[in-house]
Write a protein that binds this ligand. Structure first.
Ligand code: FAD
Length: 310
C-alpha cells in the first residue's frame, strides 16, 4: 500500500505529491490526465514569481518537478470511489479500470471544469476572446468592450471586477432576473459602463476567424437576433467540481458538490484529505490549488505519524 495516494494530477495534486514524496514516504499519484485545467490555459500571468508562462509549459514543469521525486505516477486512470479505512488502517480506492489501490492516507485533487454554453464559436474562439476566468484574463481586455454571460454571483462579481478594467461590460442573463446576491446586483447597477440584458439567450460567439468580434443573442422566447460588438466573452455559468465519482461514498460534499474540508484540508473521513478546485475553497486559482495541495500533504503526513510508527 501507499503511505499517500494522490488522486488528480492538476496543480493541487502535483503539489501534494511533491510535498509527500519529500517526506520520504511511499507516494502514488493517479490521474486521468496530467496538468488538469492548466492544459487548457494560454497565458498565465498570475502565478506569483513567474511573470509569464502558458498552460503547456506549466503542465510540463509541474510534471518534471513531480518526477524529480520517487512518485509512482499512474496516468490515464480514474478513481471510481473511496472506502474508509477499516481495522487495517487502509483506505481503498477502486479505479474505473477495475483495479484497486490501498493507502494509509489519500489526497483528493480531482479539480473542476467550467460549464460551457455549447453555442457555435465558443470552442473555436476559446483563448481568442472566449474565456472563463476574469481574475486571469481581465487585464488582457483593458479598455475594450466585453460581455459576461451569467447573472449569478460569479457572473455579477466578474462584471463588477471587469468594469474597473475594461471599457464596457454587457451582462447577458438567460432568466428574467439575475440570481446574484442583492448587494452585488445593486453595485452592478450603479456602474455606468455596464449594460444588463435580461431574458436573453446567447446563440453564437461571432469572430473574424482569428478573434472574437461579437456576441449574438436573442430574446429567450424567440424574436430578433442582435449582435453586440465585443472583443471578449467571459462565460460565468458555473464551475462544476469533478466529484461525481464520490456521490456514493461517505465523503461529505457541499450543496454544490464540493468536498467539505477544514483549514488543514481534512475531509470528514479519517486519513482522507482534499485540495484545489474540487473543494469548498472559495477562490479557484493555480496558486491557491498549489497551496492547498501542500497543506493537504503536510496534514496527511501528520496523520501518518500519529496513527502508527513511520
Ligand atoms: P484541475 O486543474 O482541474 O486538475 C484536476 C485533475 O484531476 C485533472 O488532471 C483531471 O484529469 C484529474 N481527474 C479528475 N477526475 C479524476 C478521477 N476521478 N480520478 C483521477 N483523476 C481525475 N488559474 C490561475 O491561477 N491563473 C490563470 O491564468 C488561469 N487560467 C485558467 C484558464 C482556463 C481556461 C481554465 C479552465 C482555468 C484557469 N485557471 C487559472 C484556473 C486553474 O487552472 C485552476 O484553479 C487549477 O487548475 C485547479 O487545480 P486543481 O489541481 O485543483 O484541479
Amino acid at each position: 500500500p501507499y503511505d499517500v495516494l494522490v488522486l488528480g494530477g492538476g496543480p493541487a495534486g502535483a503539489s501534494a505529491a511533491i510535498y509527500a514524496a519529500r517526506k520520504g514516504i511511499r507516494t502514488g499519484l493517479v490521474t486521468e490526465r496530467f496538468g488538469g485545467q492548466v492544459n487548457d490555459t494560454m497565458a498565465i500571468e498570475n502565478l506569483v514569481s513567474i511573470p509569464h508562462t502558458d498552460g503547456p509549459h506549466l503542465a510540463a514543469d509541474l510534471e518534471r518537478h513531480v518526477l524529480e521525486y520517487e512518485v509512482d505516477m499512474i496516468k490515464g486512470q480514474s478513481a471510481a470511489g473511496i472506502t474508509p479505512a477499516g481495522d487495517d488502517g487502509l483506505v481503498t480506492v477502486p479505479l474505473t479500470s477495475g483495479a484497486t489501490l490501498r493507502a494509509r492516507s489519500v489526497i483528493i485533487a480531482t479539480g473542476a471544469s467550467w460549464r460551457t454554453m455549447g453555442v457555435p464559436g465558443e470552442d473555436e474562439y476559446r483563448n481568442k476572446g472566449v474565456t472563463f476566468c476574469p481574475h486571469c484574463d481581465g487585464p488582457l481586455f483593458k479598455g475594450k468592450r466585453v460581455a459576461v454571460i451569467g447573472g449569478g454571483n460569479s457572473g455579477v462579481e466578474a462584471a463588477i471586477d471587469l468594469a474597473g478594467i475594461v471599457g464596457h461590460v454587457d451582462v447577458v442573463e438567460f432568466l428574467d432576473e439575475m440570481r446574484a446576491d442583492e448587494v452585488l446586483q445593486r453595485k452592478l447597477r450603479s456602474l455606468d459602463n455596464v449594460d444588463i440584458h435580461l431574458g436573453r439567450r446567447t446563440t453564437e460567439v461571432a469572430g473574424d476567424g482569428a478573434k472574437v468580434t461579437g456576441l449574438v443573442h436573442e430574446p429567450r422566447d424567440g424574436g430578433e437576433q442582435v449582435t453586440t460588438d465585443v472583443e471578449g466573452v467571459f462565460v460565468q455559468i458555473g464551475l462544476l467540481p469533478r466529484t461525481d465519482w464520490l456521490r456514493e461514498s461517505d465523503i461529505e460534499l457541499s450543496e454544490r458538490g464540493e468536498i467539505v474540508v477544514d483549514e488543514r484540508g481534512a475531509t470528514n473521513l479519517p486519513g482522507v484529505f482534499a485540495a484545489g478546485d474540487a473543494t469548498i475553497t472559495p477562490y479557484k486559482q493555480i496558486v491557491v490549488a498549489l497551496g492547498g495541495g501542500s497543506t493537504a500533504a503536510l496534514s496527511a503526513f501528520d496523520h501518518l505519524i500519529r496513527t502508527s510508527a513511520p
